[in-house]
Write a protein that binds this ligand. Structure first.
Ligand code: CMC
Length: 402
């Protein structure tokens, strides 16, 4: 009674108070815990930024070292998990594997499961509870790259690689992906740094669909592995983390720059979507897109330019001066160029959403932790509906139905 469909798609509904990420969509501003994304991309690293997002402050040197070594210490997977990955078909989509793997991971840690250990496991804020929470955070961040690399290697029939010592987060990830037995193998430092910047840019973006899914799922007080698996599934959609893959498929389908005008016309007739353009919050360019373009230049110096770059640039130019896009305030988002970088670095196309999900684990955990510790406790997210179906009717046996 008295219910109204208030806000389809949650355009104007705030469900939580947050101190983590601030976006001003009209001004094109993005800040993590108050720090502008441009400064962090230039001066910080993904792991330092992870600490900032989760705990609210930039770490001291000692805090940073402890965090880094804890994340590393928890990065290896149990040998049993090799069978889990080998049980997938050779052509399984890596996001299907990663999503399943996060849920699978929870099966190892009964002590992290509020269904088994008591529903207040994460909500009391006591030192013991915070320690248990930290451990799951280290595990999920540490193992995210390992799971992703396993999803990559299993399709190629390659042996799995134990996370190496002494490399950065993205260095270790690239090592686990690409290592083919050479003892002194080290990833290219420019590519390692570029991926680190991309990871940092993707680490959080406040209440996007996947983060909301993590919180919605987490609001039942389920274990964090299940909540992260749910977020990962949500991220995979082509309107969200699947957009980087969709951009490349779109560019391949357009082919040459001379085909751009007819593609734009098809978008305006609503037959196509311009992937990598538009954003629920930004009504001007996504500030991350400028940093991605600078990063692309660095990467292309090593890898050479992607053959789709010219088509991408022609599309960008055409859209930015077309009345349809101007009127709707549609501009490039973070995904318009990120896929070109991943392609140049040699990642397979269907692996791109994984490269979004792995760093986003940080943001999901930051919001999950914040919600668990929020004043007043956690309230289960249970929205209402307006029922518009049939009124009461009586069951008709199948023989009597026309
Ligand atoms: N191509 C063509 N038209 C578009 C696009 C697009 N990419 N995005 C929005 N529009 C149109 C839309 O049809 C609507 O037109 P009208 O008012 O005439 O009906 C108008 O612009 C407003 O768009 P909306 O669909 O109401 O916007 P939304 O906030 O519901 O959706 C979005 C946001 C990101 C889902 C959408 O812009 C989109 O589908 N973009 C392409 C997919 C994409 O690049 N997603 C990645 C987002 S950034 C990374 C992330 O956070 O996941």
């Amino acid at each position: 009674k008295g219910l109204r469909i208030a806000d389809r798609g949650f355009l104007n509904t705030a469900v939580i108070k947050s101190k983590i990420t601030h976006i001003d969509g009209d001004a094109g501003v993005l800040r993590y815990r108050g720090y502008p994304i441009e400064q962090l991309a230039l001066k910080s690293s993904h792991l330092e930024t992870a600490y900032l997002l989760i705990y609210g402050v930039l770490p001291t040197k000692q805090q940073h070292n402890v965090f880094q070594s804890e994340v590393h210490r928890h990065s290896a997977m149990h040998a049993d998990s090799e069978e889990f990955f080998r049980s997938f078909r050779y052509d399984a989509h890596p996001m299907a594997m990663l999503t399943s793997a996060f849920a699978y991971l929870g099966s190892y840690y009964a002590e992290a499961n509020p269904s088994l250990e008591g529903q207040n496991l994460y909500t009391t804020g006591t030192p013991e509870s915070l320690t248990i929470m930290d451990k799951q955070i280290y595990r999920l961040i540490g193992k995210a790259t390992t799971l992703a690399a396993m999803a990559y290697r299993v399709r190629q029939g390659r042996e799995f690689v134990t996370p190496p010592h002494g490399l950065s987060y993205t260095g270790s990830f690239l090592y686990q992906m690409d290592h083919l037995g050479q003892e002194d193998y080290r990833p290219n430092p420019v590519l390692e740094k570029a991926l680190d910047v991309l990871f940092l840019l993707h680490a959080d973006h406040e209440l996007n669909a996947s983060c909301t899914t993590v919180l919605q799922t987490g609001s039942s007080l389920v274990d964090p592995y299940s909540a992260i698996a749910a977020g990962c599934a949500s991220l995979y959609g082509p309107l969200h983390g699947g957009a980087n893959e969709a951009v490349i498929r779109m560019l391949i389908s357009i082919g040459k720059p001379e085909n751009v005008p007819s593609f734009i016309e098809a978008v305006k007739r609503r037959e196509k979507v311009l992937s990598g353009f538009g954003h629920r919050v930004y009504k001007t360019s996504d500030p991350r897109s400028f940093i991605v373009r600078k990063t692309a230049d660095e990467v292309f110096k090593i890898t050479g330019k992607d053959e789709l770059l010219e088509t991408a640039m022609a599309l960008h130019e055409a859209a930015m001066k077309d009345e349809y896009f101007i009127k709707r305030k549609l501009a490039p988002n973070v995904d318009f160029c990120s896929g070109l970088i991943y392609r140049a670095m040699g990642f397979p196309l269907d692996f791109f959403p994984v490269l979004f999900a792995v760093p986003r684990v940080v943001g999901w955990l930051a919001h999950w932790r914040q919600m668990m510790l929020q004043e007043g406790g956690v309230k289960i997210w249970r929205p209402r509906q307006i029922f518009v179906g049939a009124a009461k009717r009586d069951y008709v046996p199948i023989e009597e139905r026309s």
